[in-house]
Ligand binder design. Structure first.
Ligand code: SF4
Length: 360
C-alpha cells in the first residue's frame, strides 16, 4: 500500500554546503521511501503523556526514574517542563513523586520506593508488564526460564528482577550455542520486547535443537510495534541505497532497524538522533533514501529529516505502509485515580501527531 506525500521545503533551508556539490546518481533521480508504521508506539505515547499529565496536575518537579523513553528529544523537552530524570530511586527526595519508565522496573525498585515513601506512577508499558507476569508465573510453576535479550537494558533488568533465581539471559545465537543449563524438564523462553524478530528466532532455533523440550511463550513477547516497524523497513530496504533511522543510540528497537535494513538489502544505513547529524557524504551516488524511526521517536524529528533531504533534492517522498496501528493504552492507574478524584479527564485521548507537536 503506497501513497505519495508532498514534503514542504522549509522557508530557511539548512544547508551545510551547496547541495549541488554532491555527486548526482547516474539516473539523476532522487526519492525517499518513507516507512509506515514508524515512530511512536502506544507504550511510549502513554508514558510521555503520563509525565506531562503529572506535571500539569501535581506541578513540577516530577521525578522520573531512568529516561521515560529512550529518546533524547523527548527527555530534553520534558526536562524543560520540570521533569527531573534520575538513575535510581535513592536520588529522589523522600516522599516525592516518581514516574517509572516505559521499560519497567523490578520488584526491588518498587520496594525501595515504598521504603522511601515515594508516590509512584508506574508507566511501564503493558506489553512489558505482560512479560514480567509470564516470568513470575513460569517461575511459580517450577520452570527454568531463558530470557532472550540484551544485558544492561533496563527492560531486561526489570524482567530478570521478577524471577532472578530462574532466569538465564541469552543475548545472541553464539550464546545459545554455548549455554549450559541446569537439568530440568520444564524450560521456557521469553524475550525482550524490542529485539530483531529474525535474530531472536535464530537464537531460539539453536536453543530448541539443543533443548528439544524448550517451550515457547504463550504469545509473542516482541511487541506489535517492534514487529511492525521491522516489517516496514524490510519492505523499503531492498530498493534503498541508504536507509536513515531516526532514533537514539540507547533505543534498542531503533538500533535493530538499522541492522534489519542492512540485512534486507539496504546498501548503507545509519541511525541519527536529529537531522543535523546527517553526513552529506552518505548521499554520494545515492538515488533512493529509505526513512524510518524507532518506537520512541516523535514524528516531528522525521519531518525535520524530510525537510533536510528535500533541501538536498530528495523531495519526492513515497510512503510505504505495511500495517495500520490503532493501539492505545490507558494512563497509569495511580494517575487516573488522582485525575478522576479531581474531576479531570482520565482517558488517554491525546496521541499521534498531537503528541509530537506538543513536544517540540
Ligand atoms: S516498543 Fe513495544 S513494548 Fe516498548 S513501549 Fe512500545 S509498545 Fe511497549
Amino acid at each position: 500500500m503506497t501513497a505519495t506525500v508532498t514534503v514542504p521545503v522549509p522557508a530557511m533551508p539548512r544547508r551545510r554546503k551547496d547541495p549541488s556539490e554532491i555527486r548526482q546518481p547516474e539516473s539523476g533521480e532522487k526519492n525517499v521511501l518513507l516507512a509506515a508504521p514508524r515512530g511512536y508506539c502506544a507504550g511510549v505515547d502513554r508514558a510521555v503523556i503520563a509525565v506531562e499529565r503529572a506535571l500539569e496536575h501535581y506541578g513540577a518537579p516530577i521525578y522520573v526514574r531512568k529516561e521515560i523513553v529512550h529518546n533524547r528529544h523527548v527527555v530534553d523537552r520534558l526536562s524543560e517542563r520540570g521533569a527531573i530524570f534520575v538513575d535510581d530511586t535513592h536520588e529522589v527526595p523522600e516522599g516525592a513523586r516518581v514516574v517509572f519508565s516505559a521499560h519497567g522496573v523490578s520488584p526491588a525498585v518498587h520496594e525501595e520506593a515504598a521504603a522511601r515513601s515515594l508516590d509512584t506512577i508506574d508507566a511501564t508499558c503493558p506489553l512489558v508488564t505482560k512479560v514480567h507476569r509470564e516470568a513470575v508465573r513460569f517461575e511459580k510453576q517450577g520452570y527454568s526460564i531463558i530470557l532472550v535479550g540484551h544485558e544492561g537494558h533496563e527492560e531486561v533488568e526489570g524482567t530478570m528482577g521478577e524471577a532472578p533465581d530462574s532466569i538465564t539471559l541469552i543475548q545472541n545465537p553464539e550464546e545459545a550455542r554455548a549455554v549450559e543449563l541446569p537439568e530440568t524438564d520444564k524450560l521456557v523462553w521469553l524475550s525482550q520486547t524490542t529485539l530483531s524478530v529474525d535474530e531472536t528466532m535464530e537464537t531460539v532455533d539453536i536453543l530448541t535443537q539443543r533443548f528439544p523440550h524448550l517451550e515457547a511463550p504463550p504469545s509473542d513477547d516482541i511487541c506489535y510495534a517492534t514487529q511492525n516497524r521491522q516489517v516496514a523497513v524490510k519492505k523499503i530496504a531492498p530498493g534503498a541505497d541508504l536507509v536513515l533511522v531516526v532514533g537514539s543510540a540507547n533505543s534498542s528497537n531503533s538500533v535493530r532497524l538499522v541492522e534489519v535494513a542492512l540485512e534486507h538489502g539496504a546498501k548503507d544505513a545509519h541511525r541519527i538522533d536529529f537531522a543535523r547529524e546527517v553526513d552529506e557524504e552518505w548521499f554520494h551516488g545515492v538515488s533512493t533514501i529509505g526513512v524510518t524511526s524507532g518506537a520512541s521517536v516523535p514524528d516531528l524529528l522525521v519531518q525535520d529529516l524530510l525537510r533536510l533531504l528535500a533541501d538536498y533534492g530528495y523531495g519526492d517522498v513515497e510512503e510505504v505502509r505495511t500495517a495500520d496501528e490503532d493501539v492505545i493504552f490507558s494512563l497509569p492507574r495511580e494517575l487516573r485515580k488522582d485525575l478522576k478524584a479531581a474531576g479531570l479527564e482520565t482517558s488517554n485521548k491525546k496521541n499521534g501527531a498531537d503528541r509530537n507537536h506538543e513536544l517540540r
